[in-house]
Write a protein that binds this ligand. Sequence first.
Ligand code: SF4
Length: 277
Amino acid sequence: MGAAKRRKAEIDRLKALPREQQEAYQALRADERIIEQGIDIEGDPEAQVTALARVLAHKFQSGIEAGDLDEPTSYLLTKAQRTLAKLADVPVACKKGCSHCCNIWVSASVPEIFYLAKLLRGQASGREMAVRKAHAATEPYTHEQRPYHPFPCGFLENNECSIYEHRPVACRLASSGDAEICARSYNNITDENIPTSVAYLMAREGVSLSLLIALQKAGLPQEQYELNAALVTALDTDDAERRWLAGEDIFAGVKQDPGGLKDLPEVAHLYKRAFPA
Ligand code: SF4
């Protein structure tokens, strides 16, 4: 069927829907248009964060029914990448081959963890072994201790991310203004603070808040976990994704990110704006 015929069939299908469903569909399409190019911190971030949250929540609901969150996760990562593209003019020291920040604690949401676990299963076994090795080396350390025990991420290969197109939001929107400070600090030589771009911080917070609110709306847990341990748990648990979606806390023994956004007052405000009662 050609594009014009498909469009007509879609319009006919819509016309046959009850009015309420037609309005919900139109609202969703409007949100998709708002967020088409990701979050632009120069625009109206609150409107964009809430639009992304509504689209993601809708996609998570479909994912719950299907028992598979890949589609909303892929959508999230695409929007995070477009958000990153909007920051192209912001000067940062980060560049290809610079990987100091790939030696520290990495946080990821559960949908990202399942997405990456499936990716790992489809790769050569050496990659999974590298992730397991990273987990064995980092498992003893808490979030506070981890900066003193740097260890390369299991996805790092020749100082480049081997899953660059699929890397978590936390990696995509990390930034530094000085690679030499990263080299010293991330290798546990000094305790210097990494100079981080405010624009990147705002963009990362926007995408993360959208995800958080969408998970909340979909009735899913919002915790973020240490990547190595969570991946190994997802790989070693039979039917992990379906069990987690059914409410089983399969990540109960995995260290959580203590710096989550969940309890920020902005979350309640944005949730109400995204989903007014
Ligand atoms: S997933 Fe990729 S970008 Fe993120 S820490 Fe690992 S190697 Fe680095």
